[in-house]
Ligand binder design. Structure first.
Ligand code: ASP
Ligand code: MG
Length: 416
């Protein structure tokens, strides 16, 4: 017997038929003798519709009322799944965020979970009642108003609840059957990973492998929750309870016996590069550039600064998302007098390729091999950054697919 959290996303609960499929998955686990808490998202598309309603009602809406509106999507699915389970003869009860409660900060629209009171929940599970919990929502600790956790937040609800009830596993049922070495639509030879370390998954997720909300992985890492990503579209009846199901376990790196040097390759095409030419090489120049960008809410990613050749001037290059590009160049142009630079060079058809693996900590020369392989294909590298477990390369967007495929083979990630 195990205590499980099963999380189902919007496409898995898009209508009554898929909800029945979800209910049969739940039944499968209940029949196997497990204690089950389910976390659900809103039906596919519903949250978008609710967000649009808020914007249409007033562009500068009160975020507390936005939360009151958008949290309703999950309320509907939690009730519908409870009804469906009951109709199948399974004891089930829905729970809203405020009923547990899931206590949050007051950052409405992007609240953080502060604490979860799971006492009653654990009692119900022990009584063999399935708890169907509305994801994405909680209540602010002081004002007791509904708060939501940011888009994709029901992943975070699921992992937080798994930690609170000390679940043996948090199963994330989704529309893919696991985490892949890279995007299979770009590299058909991409392979599903059996296991991936939290830290690697954090890099993959924050770099655009949109399997789970990034914060849910952080939370899993802090509380060491075993997160298992699997498909919700498998027919429950076809699953052999004695076999390990296909999927990817996100866990501590110490649990991964055969650690590869490189685990995966992430990439994002929506990048832009800005080079600030001939800035003075003196204290305060970086602050003069990045201070105004931070105030303008521009998220800066890679930063590369040259060592000055003449001791007087140098170049500083950074990247932002394509969406922030106009705002970033505008901000820098406005601050030209304070920064003091000769000109701005920009490129917005660039992409960032990141090679990720905790094995890099103990292996030298991993990046050097990539530089050679890309050079052999005539791909120019515009900027490089590295960290302990990854390196990232900025290249012309036209070469994205070629570069990802090249590196995928280079590091032995291709499916055999
Ligand atoms: N329904 C919410 C959203 O679309 C939360 C979630 O699905 O995780 O962002
Ligand atoms: Mg999601």
């Amino acid at each position: 017997m195990a205590r499980l959290v099963m999380k189902f996303g919007g496409s898995s609960v898009a209508d009554i038929d898929p909800i029945r499929n979800v209910a049969r998955h739940v039944k499968r686990e209940v029949d196997a003798g497990n204690e089950v808490a389910v976390v659900v998202s809103a039906m596919a598309g519903v949250t978008n519709t609710l967000v649009d309603f808020c914007r249409a009602a007033a562009p500068l809406y009160d975020p507390r009322e936005y939360d009151a509106v958008v949290a309703s999507g999950e309320q509907v699915t939690s009730g519908l799944l409870a009804i469906t389970l009951q109709a199948m003869g399974i004891a089930a009860r829905s729970w809203q965020g405020w009923q547990l409660p899931v206590e949050t900060s007051d950052a409405h629209g992007a609240a953080r979970i502060l604490a979860i009171n799971a006492e009653e929940l654990i009692r119900c599970l022990a009584d063999r009642e399935v708890a169907v919990i509305a994801g994405f929502q909680g209540i602010h600790r002081e004002t007791r108003r509904i708060a939501t956790l940011g888009r994709g937040g029901s992943d975070t609800s699921a992992v937080a609840i798994a930690a609170a009830i000390r679940a043996d596993r948090c199963d994330i049922y989704t529309d893919v059957d696991g985490v892949y070495t890279t995007d299979p639509r770009v590299v058909p030879k991409a392979r599903r990973l059996d296991k991936i370390a939290f830290e690697e998954m954090l890099e993959m997720a924050s770099l655009g492998a949109k399997v789970m909300q990034v914060r849910s992985i952080e939370l899993g890492m802090v509380h060491n929750v075993h997160i298992f990503v699997r498909s919700s579209f498998d027919r429950p009846e076809d699953i052999d309870p004695h076999l390990a199901p296909p999927g990817t376990l996100i866990c501590d790196e110490s649990e991964i016996m055969e650690q590869e040097v490189v685990t995966g390759i992430a990439f994002s095409k929506d990048e832009a590069q800005i080079s600030v030419r001939s800035v003075e090489d003196k204290p305060g120049v970086a602050a003069a550039i990045f201070g105004p960008l931070a105030e303008a809410n521009v998220n800066v990613d890679m930063i590369v600064q040259n060592v000055s050749a003449d001791g007087r001037t140098t170049d500083l290059t950074f990247t932002v998302t394509a969406a922030d590009f106009a705002r970033a160049t505008d901000t820098i142009a406005k601050a030209q007098a304070e920064i003091g630079y000769a000109r701005l060079d920009t490129a917005n058809e660039v992409s960032k390729i990141s090679v990720i693996g905790v094995g890099m900590r103990s292996h030298a020369g991993v990046a050097a091999r990539a530089f050679r392989a890309l050079a052999d294909r005539g791909i120019n590298i515009r900027a490089i950054t590295t960290s302990e477990i990854k390196f990232s390369l900025l290249i012309d967007a036209a070469f994205t697919e070629l570069a990802v495929r090249t590196l995928h083979s280079l590091y032995g990630l291709d499916k055999v």
